[in-house]
Design a binder for this molecule. Structure first.
Ligand code: URA
Ligand code: CA
Length: 438
């Protein structure tokens, strides 16, 4: 089988066989198929797409490029969640403890943030002492003891994805639904989950900018899950503004602790989306029969403090100082705070979440390249959401600053991210759709 023939086949828009996809992925991972041929094939996929069978075959080939995690020795349905990447999205740190407090088993491999989106590992590492480099044995024993744990993705998990993603990044082939879907699902399935809840973000801060694209990505991932024997549900949620008010690592952990402490109202988007995702996890795990029952259980776990205790237990396993549970302010102590005012007053009619993420990144909360170091305490806290009125004397956000060198850039980015209008805008949904297996 010659790689060039496979490229030509996809270029003509023909469906490839499982054997052909396998040979290509295996050849590429071993180094027999060079980058330029894989890049050419992925570009053909961008234009011609792949059917459900091909996409599942690609996912399966990617999974088999490396080691997989076996969670079968753990009791119950192992349920995972994944977000396609957002700004101020701290749901994992809220959901994993609540689901564990309701009897679920959450053994989660997480990634780091890049660009304007944050990663769960970076957030956890803002807690003094935390190390996410656990051995697999310690990770599994922690999940057995306390019902949850988060660790960094091991290097040998889906190596094909690492190589393909690096190529996609520099060849304009990131935004292809079958390539994104197989990338996400290969990692989720290889990390051992029986059931997967996906949070597909839609809007200015997300990969998917329209509901049509978001739905198509959601359906593709749910179909991969079904074809590979994993119970999968996708929720399409709004990313036209940051999900939580905090954007920055320690700041987001603080917000998660506040939520788990019952200090954030039910109407809050971070609360609502976390509860929805967690309720689907309980349903997929067979721990609740419907959404209302699941939400009632989760609320009890929140109100009783059981969720917060699970969070604290997980921090302890990771070597973290649990003093932040009582005093989350210690996670975001900075040299200087600065309130940001807009140049005109009015209603916030639109926000570009990506720019708000970038503003936090400019303050040192995120990485522009993989080797950048991040400052765990810095970032920003929004005081206003879309649809709210901002008076001339009201700050729209507060910046948390240690290194002031790029503050003016961050302020200007933040201002650019916010559109003001004289009239109150129509409200927009937080949740657009829930996609289940057909
Ligand atoms: N997240 C991933 O893991 N892969 C993609 O291709 C896009 C988002
Ligand atoms: Ca993420």
């Amino acid at each position: 089988m010659r790689a060039v023939d496979l490229i030509l086949k996809k270029k003509r828009g023909e469906a490839m066989s499982k054997q052909e996809i396998d040979a290509l992925v295996r050849g590429f991972t071993k180094g027999d198929v060079p980058d330029y041929q894989m890049a050419a094939w992925m570009m053909a996929v961008c234009f011609q797409g792949m059917n459900g069978e091909e996409t599942a075959a690609l996912t399966d080939a990617m999974i088999r490029s490396g080691e997989t995690v076996d969670l079968s020795m753990l009791p119950g349905v192992k349920v995972d969640k994944h977000s396609t990447g957002g700004v101020g999205d701290t749901t994992t740190l809220v959901i994993a403890p609540l689901v564990a407090a309701c009897g679920g088993t959450v053994a989660k491999m997480s990634g780091r943030g890049l660009g304007h989106t944050g990663g769960t590992l970076d957030k956890l590492e803002s807690v003094p002492g935390v190390s996410i480099e656990l051995t697999m044995e310690r990770f599994l024993s922690a999940v057995r003891e306390i019902g949850l744990c988060v660790m960094g993705q091991t290097d040998d998990l889906v190596p094909a994805d690492k190589l393909m993603y690096a190529l996609r990044d520099v060849t304009g082939t990131v935004s292809s639904i079958p390539l994104i879907a197989s990338s996400v699902m290969s990692k989720k399935i290889a990390s051992g989950a029986d059931a997967i809840v996906l949070d597909v973000k839609m809007g200015s801060g997300a990969f998917m900018q329209t509901l049509q694209d978001a739905r198509s990505l959601a359906e593709t991932m749910v179909e991969i899950g079904s074809r590979m024997g994993r119970r999968t549900v996708a929720v399409i949620t709004d990313m036209n503004q940051p999900l939580g008010m905090a954007v920055g690592n320690g700041l987001e952990v603080k917000e998660a602790i506040e939520l788990l402490s019952g200090k954030i109202p039910e109407s809050d988007p971070l609360y609502a989306v976390s509860m929805l995702l967690a309720s689907h996890m309980l349903m997929l795990a067979g721990l609740s029969s419907d959404e209302a029952e699941a939400k009632a259980k989760l609320k009890t776990a929140l109100k009783s403090g059981a969720g917060l205790r699970k969070f604290s237990e997980m921090l302890a396993v990771l070597g973290g100082d649990t003093a932040c549970i009582e005093d989350p302010e210690i996670l975001c102590r900075v040299r200087e705070k600065r309130a940001v005012y807009l140049d005109a007053e009015g209603y916030i009619s639109a926000m570009q979440a990506e720019k708000i993420g970038t503003a936090a990144q400019l303050l040192g909360a995120g990485r522009a390249t993989k080797t950048d170091t991040i400052d765990p305490a810095v970032g920003l806290v929004m005081h206003k959401r879309r649809g709210m009125f901002v008076g001339a004397d009201e700050p729209v956000a507060t910046l948390y600053i240690n290194d002031a060198s790029r503050v003016e850039e961050a302020v200007s980015m933040l201002k650019q991210a916010i559109t003001i209008s004289a009239d109150r805008p129509k409200s927009s949904p937080m949740v657009y759709d829930v996609v289940t297996a057909v």
